[in-house]
Design a protein around this ligand. Structure first.
Ligand code: FAD
Length: 510
């Protein structure tokens, strides 16, 4: 039997996995399956990104002398059947996808095609499944496991030596999160974003995506900012480190209407496709810290996201699936308001953020968490519906990473790591953004005409979920305010306002 590396569309690298160990000129399988792209109204940029990156990778492999078997097929079932018809003696070797159940599904398809496959560990993360499970002492039979991010992050810092001085964290503290919450004054300008024009392959793929699929979002390719090759991804990494990283820390949580990227790295889509390895990104950040005068809160803040949160989400997802995808511990049953799709709302924070997602398939973390997920949680949106929305509309979205971020961090759906819901009234959004100053809604009003919907919804959320949340000691202070409102007529007025908001949303007038 000949081993044939099978490279999935999110593993576009020659540096890891079976392809890295294959002999020169080796055959390599890639399957461009199209049916998944028709299953959701994906963002045009997302499909363009994935398909253009796969096609570029194919061409690069061919230039490097690999024999690339590139099968374009309706489904993986068809693509695998074609492959094993042509190469009955071959055995596929593939890295596991982090997506739940994919190994089982692929095995079934390969068996049906009379083929053979061997799956190996996914090497596109910093930590392995085995190392995490040993460290966490994870019990595979535990149906309600819980995990904590901070200890895992410290373990991985120690384990990898990243940003460490011997056994001590560089700078003496593990975490500088409290230095990452400033809002810039008016004189601050956000650092420039990368501005490479899309290449021919991307332009062609974009036109083909447009003609082939029902997509959501901006279809204009001249504003497509996402790297589709390793070279472009490396350039984006250098641009981030040279021009943006220094500002990443202080304003990490800030949102400004005129700055879609602030100082965020914009590297998520490249890391999730395999164009960049998380270790090389962290190493580049650390090298820059050692050779230049960069603030530690920026460097640690960024490394914490990649080494900490990204790894954590992957392992939590493994352990909490399949329950996580359907988890809904607050029994939220509302549908997602239509304005998530059509952007038609007068709430400035939401309208601005949704139009940015529509433009590029991207918004930064705090917009995702404290605007989009916050509102949906307060509204009582069924978590899996919001998860579907994120999965369809973001360029960096894959089931393994949206599911824990949206359902757990964003909506407190499960309890596998979140200890309380990330919800807030207008107050937080006003403190961390400039949206409220241009909004028709009054940030300080809770009820009455043009009161900011976040305010009434916030108190209504706490009131509605009292049975689940009051006993949570981290919510104690908030429930003392709820008590005050319940004792007066205020809560009744809040409920009335929320009923009115729900009617307005149905009529498209929110
Ligand atoms: P930066 O802010 O520059 O951060 C650097 C890198 O750290 C990111 O590129 C990413 O690789 C990693 N990272 C940071 N936070 C997280 C996190 N919570 N989970 C995993 N990795 C993280 N991330 C995705 O990759 N895909 C998603 O579909 C996605 N959906 C999200 C939905 C919600 C509701 C929330 C709250 C978060 C979501 N995230 C998702 C996590 C995070 O918001 C994005 O990774 C980040 O905003 C990507 O932009 P960036 O590359 O500019 O990141």
């Amino acid at each position: 039997d000949t081993d044939v590396p099978w490279v999935l569309g999110t593993q576009l690298t020659t540096r890891s996995g079976p392809i890295a160990r294959a002999p020169e000129g080796s055959p390599v399988l890639m399957i461009e399956a199209h049916d998944f792209a028709a299953r959701k109204p994906y963002h045009h940029h997302k499909l363009t990104l994935v398909f253009a990156a796969m096609r570029h990778f194919r061409d690069r492999l061919r230039d490097a002398g690999y024999e690339v078997i590139y099968i374009t097929a309706e489904s993986f079932a068809d693509g695998l059947a074609t492959f094993f018809d042509d190469y009955p003696e071959a055995r596929l070797v593939a890295m596991r996808s982090p997506s739940y159940g994919s190994e089982r599904r692929f095995r079934e398809l390969i068996e049906a095609a009379d083929g053979d496959v061997r799956f190996v560990d996914n090497e596109l993360f910093v930590s392995t499944r085995q190392a995490f499970d040993e460290w966490a002492n994870a019990d595979p039979d535990d149906e309600t496991p819980t995990f904590k991010h901070e200890p895992m992050y410290r373990w991985l810092r120690r384990e990898t030596g990243m940003l460490m001085n011997g056994d001590q964290p560089v700078g003496g503290e593990w975490n500088y999160d409290d230095e990452n919450r400033e809002f810039p004054d008016e004189t601050w300008t956000a650092p420039p974003t990368p501005s490479a024009a899309p290449d021919e392959q991307t332009v062609e793929t974009a036109a083909w995506v447009d003609a082939t699929f029902e997509t959501w979002g901006n279809t204009a390719v001249d504003t497509f900012p996402w790297p589709v090759t390793r070279k472009q991804a490396c350039e984006a990494l250098t641009q981030f480190i040279d021009e943006r990283l220094g500002e990443f820390g202080r304003y990490q949580d800030a949102m400004r209407a005129d700055d879609w990227a602030m100082a965020h790295s914009l590297l998520g889509s490249s890391i999730n496709l395999g164009l960049l390895h998380p270790v090389e990104v962290i190493d580049a950040i650390t090298d820059a810290y050692e050779s230049r005068d960069l603030p530690l809160n920026a460097v640690e803040g960024c490394i914490r996201q990649i080494l900490g949160w990204r790894e954590f989400m992957r392992h939590v997802y493994r352990h909490a699936m399949p329950a996580l995808a359907e988890a809904n511990q607050l029994d939220a049953t509302a549908s997602l308001p239509a304005f998530y799709w059509d952007g038609d709302t007068e709430m400035e924070c939401l309208s601005q953020t949704i139009s940015e997602v529509h433009d590029r398939g991207y918004s930064h973390h705090i917009q995702r968490l404290m605007v989009l997920a916050n509102f949906a949680t307060l509204w009582g949106v069924e978590p899996s519906e919001l998860n579907d929305w994120f999965h369809a509309t973001y360029v960096d979205a894959y089931h393994w990473v949206t599911t824990p971020n949206v359902i757990e961090m964003g909506q407190y759906g499960h309890g596998v790591f979140a200890t309380k819901p990330y919800v807030s009234s207008a107050n937080y959004i006003d403190k961390m953004s400039d949206y409220c100053s241009d909004c028709k809604y009054y940030k300080t009003k809770t009820t009455g005409e043009n009161a900011c919907p976040f305010n009434a919804l916030y108190w209504d959320f706490l009131d509605r979920n009292e049975a689940q949340l009051r006993s949570n000691h981290r919510m104690g202070l908030m429930y003392s305010h709820v008590d005050d409102k319940q004792e007066t007529d205020e809560m009744a007025a809040i409920r009335e306002r929320v009923a009115e908001l729900r009617t307005k949303a149905v009529d498209g007038r929110l």
